[in-house]
Structures are given as structure tokens and as C-alpha cells.
Design a protein around this ligand. Sequence first.
Ligand SMILES: Cc1ncc(C[n+]2csc(CCOP(=O)(O)OP(=O)(O)O)c2C)c(N)n1
Ligand code: SF4
Length: 286
Amino acid sequence: MLSLKSYESDVRPDWCPGCGDFGVLAALKNALLSLEIPPSRIVISSGIGCSSNLPGYIRTYGHHGLHGRPVPVAVGVKVANPSLTVIVTAGDGDEYGIGFNHVVHAARRNNDIKLIVMNNEIYGLTTGQLSPTSKFSQKTKTSPDGSIIYPLNPLSTLLGAGATFIARGFSGDPKHLSMLYREAIKHRGFALVDTLSPCVTWHDIYDEVRSKMYKLEDVGHNPSDALAAYNKMNETDKIPLGIFYRTEDKPSYEELIESEVTSTKPVDSVTGLNPSQIKDIISQFS
Ligand SMILES: Cc1ncc(C[n+]2csc(CCOP(=O)(O)OP(=O)(O)O)c2C)c(N)n1
Ligand code: SF4
């Protein structure tokens, strides 16, 4: 019988009191429990940063690897064992900066991995430098007079790259966030949940998010309309939360591999064998 305790790690988070990442951890555990996924069927891959410490604070399989590289690890795990639930948890520096190349390609391939980015618009672990989502004119250690760089919009960039599920949540609303994580995990293919998760020590955005946020589901947004999603993703005066875009029209990478392997078409004219027959022969020698 699964309960929240089933996902509890022996390690206590060492995040600063009030850090938004606590809300992410709680929402993720709730989502996994509501979907009744046992810890032994889950792999969480992370990079480097305060947020990337998350796999240590939850009882599932986990990988805490190199800065910016959790997506390739997750892609490999999912291709090797498609029956696992594979999730990436990392920060905006990790996923939208040093590792963004991997994210774009996972999105276009529609790899069936779930990407939870704890977006605090700053590098937290390294004590407050500019990140790719830092705002224009934001003062940080590396922009003491205010940033002169425009921020990346990861949502609309990934829409352009072919992502099939794109959402935004807020760690200050764990119930809504848990619903988004649940929908992302259920989605067949690549899913991004950009999660506004304030860094109370270096860049506290709690008040800003609370004063500007609204839910897309409350204004009748249609997540299958890509153009409407694009417009909502680029709103700046308010902060929309919810599912911007979702489509099931594209098969996942793993489904395409599966259909290739079970295809009855001959691979080549030399052997006359199809991929399934070749797999059988290889298995006799491995
Ligand atoms: C290759 C490499 N470059 C730089 C660093 C230094 N570094 C560690 S964490 C980090 C950024 C962390 O920011 P983010 O991913 O947003 O996570 P947060 O700490 O804010 O949760 C950087 C630049 C590193 N560890 N490895
Ligand atoms: S420095 Fe910021 S991101 Fe890191 S644990 Fe503290 S509040 Fe969280």
C-alpha cells in the first residue's frame, strides 16, 4: 500500500528555510502517489544546483550528475527501459543555460521524459549570478547595475522546437503544481513544467508571482491551440499558470523505436531480415 511515506528519503533537504524547492518536492511526491507509481519504477535525473539536489530528498532511483547533463542521462534510461517513469529535476541555470541544447533536442525527438525546471531566475547555489531567465535590468552579483541581457523564454522556444506538453506552475501553489506534474507524467512524450520556485536568499519573487499570477484554465485557454499558447507564453504584464500546450498527435521517440523493432519490413536486401529477427539473433550471443 503506497503512502507519502513511501517516497520519503532519509536525507533532510538542506535548502534555505522558505526556498521554493520545498513546494516542488511536496508536489512531486503527491503527483507520484496519486498516480500510484511505486518508487522502484521511477528514475529522477538531475544536474548541479540547489534544485538539482532534489533526487537525494526523495525515495526513488536517482542520478545526480554533471551540470547541464541530466537530460541525456534521462533519455538513455528511458530508451533502455521504456516502462520506467523518467523525470529530470534541475534549475534554470542547469536546463535553460549550460544544458539547453539537450532540452531542445529531447523536445524535437519527443523523448518520453518529464522535465521539471525549478526556475528562480538566478544561480542560487553559486550565490546569485545572472541566469538565462533573469529579467532585463535585474540586479545580481554579475549585473550590479542591472542586466542588459533580455531573458530567454523557454516555453515559446520549446514550442518552436516541437515540444508536445508545455506548462508553468508555482511552488507557492503545490496543489495546482501537483496537478500539472500529474498531467505531465501521464503525457505520452516530452513534457516541460517550468516551475517558478523562488530563491528567498538571492532573488525572492514570491510577491511578484502572487500579485501577477492567474490560471489558464480560469480564462478558457485551449491547450490544443498552438498560436493561442504562443501568445499566452509571451504575456509579460501577468503570469499565466497551467497547461499552455498539449498535443498527442506526435508519437514519442520510444514508440517509434518500438514500431521499428517490431516492423516486419526487411532491413536490407543482403540479409533479408527484419529488425525483430536481427534482435533475436543478437540475443543468442549476448
Ligand atoms: C561545468 C560547470 N560549470 C559551472 C559550474 C558552477 N555551477 C554550479 S551550480 C551553477 C548554477 C546553478 O543554478 P541553477 O541551475 O539555476 O540552480 P539553483 O542553484 O538556482 O537551484 C553553476 C554555474 C559547475 N558546477 N559546473
Ligand atoms: S540559495 Fe536560493 S535556491 Fe538555494 S536553497 Fe537557498 S533559497 Fe533555495
